[in-house]
Design a binder for this molecule. Structure first.
Ligand code: TYM
Length: 354
């Protein structure tokens, strides 16, 4: 039994301002993972067309996500940073995956149901097929690990289903090419061309919640800007939003069990823990018994300390779009070479003439 070579892949859509949820759920993990892994980070601009076709500021949005990656500390020379539309192999593999995935699987996707809303007939076909393109993003590099927030879990399960069905359906064609690897899925031995991707969701803030309602996800589409901290917010805005964040009247508990049924307290402690690279238990051992009037100023100081340098560096980088475009072009070229290798192998497995 051999193993797939570990490779980290993840993507962020260039739609709206990045917020603390994107940073703690995804980008901060991207930065940590680059220490010991080969990583590919993608601005998924093709995905941005699924909910809204025309974007006035598409190029600026793509550059702004790239600037956030770099400002947070991703090294585009050691790793790969690029935008999805520069690598057409993503779309090509997505087409094949559209033929692998079953309509019943797509019908179960909760994000499609949420985003399509009541008038599903008017949603784009792209929004429906979105998770298939997401699977292709990952598997066109045969990536093994995907750091994301919890809201992407179901999409990654679908990516595993697609990989599994491809491996099973093409098993007799994969074996003679020598391109497959014997892996175990549960107890089942499988001769696989595509790996079973592992979601990396853990950490103290897998789902950062709205500052105004601890039962709702922090999101760029929330009409209230007070519900989220944007990566481009200045010190005053960060401070105001945390001061105004909803809480309950009780002091913080000393143990994590005491956060049950207190969504706002749980959220703020999770944010503190993620920003400080600590566990919630460690944060509570420091702040247990304290009122929010003590905890909130400490959280403001920490959030400003972590976010202000990223904010400043993003602004500096955005003043030189030529540099950002060069980073994306270089990353795109390297990504294309890897993706084309996979596509040639997939074409051979399927039996296309080339
Ligand atoms: P997107 O652009 O909506 O969000 C980018 C990342 O931020 C995470 N995230 C959160 N994490 C914690 N708390 C929150 N409130 C929160 N809000 C957002 C998301 O989970 C995500 O990790 N489908 C993806 C983009 C994508 C992708 C991929 C990801 C396309 N292809 C391949 C991984 C691999 C999305 O829409 O993320």
């Amino acid at each position: 039994m051999t193993e797939f070579k570990p490779l980290v892949f993840s993507g962020v859509q260039p739609t709206g301002n990045l917020h603390l949820g994107n940073y703690l759920g995804a980008i901060r993990k991207f930065v940590a993972l680059q220490e010991n892994n080969d990583c590919i980070y993608c601005v998924v601009d093709l995905h941005a067309l699924t909910a809204q076709l025309v974007h006035e500021d598409m190029a600026t949005q793509i550059r702004s996500i790239t600037a956030a990656f770099l400002a947070a500390g991703i090294d585009p020379k050691k790793h790969i940073v690029f935008n999805q539309s520069q690598v057409p192999q993503h779309s090509e593999l997505a087409w094949i995956f559209n033929c692998v995935a079953r309509i019943g699987w797509m019908n179960r996707m909760t994000q499609f149901k949420d985003k399509a809303g009541k008038d599903r007939e008017q949603a784009s076909l792209g929004l429906y097929a979105y998770p298939s393109l997401m699977a292709a993003d990952i598997l066109v590099y045969r990536a093994t690990h995907v750091p994301v927030g919890e809201d992407q879990k179901q999409h990654l399960e679908l990516a595993r289903d697609i990989a599994m069905k491809f491996n099973m359906d093409f098993a007799e064609k994969i074996r003679p090419t020598g391109l497959g690897i014997d892996i175990k899925v549960g107890d089942e031995p499988v001769h696989a061309y595509f790996p079973m991707v592992e979601p990396l969701i853990d950490g103290p803030a897998p789902r950062v919640m709205s500052l105004k309602d601890g039962t709702k996800k922090m999101s760029k589409s929330d009409p209230s800007d007070l519900s989220r901290i944007n990566l481009m917010d200045d010190q005053d805005a960060i401070s105001k939003k945390i001061r105004k964040a909803k809480t309950d009247p009780d002091a913080l508990p000393s143990e994590t069990d005491g956060l049950k049924g207190r969504p706002e307290a749980d959220n703020l402690v999770g944010i503190f823990a993620a920003l400080a690279d600590k566990s919630k238990a460690e944060v509570l051992s420091e702040f247990g018994g304290q009122q929010f009037s003590v905890f909130k100023p400490a959280l403001i100081d920490l959030a400003v300390e972590v976010l202000a340098p990223i904010n400043a560096e993003m602004r500096r980088l955005m003043e030189d779009p030529g540099h950002i475009d060069a980073v994306l072009r270089d990353g795109g070229e390297r990504a294309r070479a890897r993706a084309e290798k996979t596509m040639n192998e997939v074409r051979d497995i399927i039996g296309f003439v080339r």
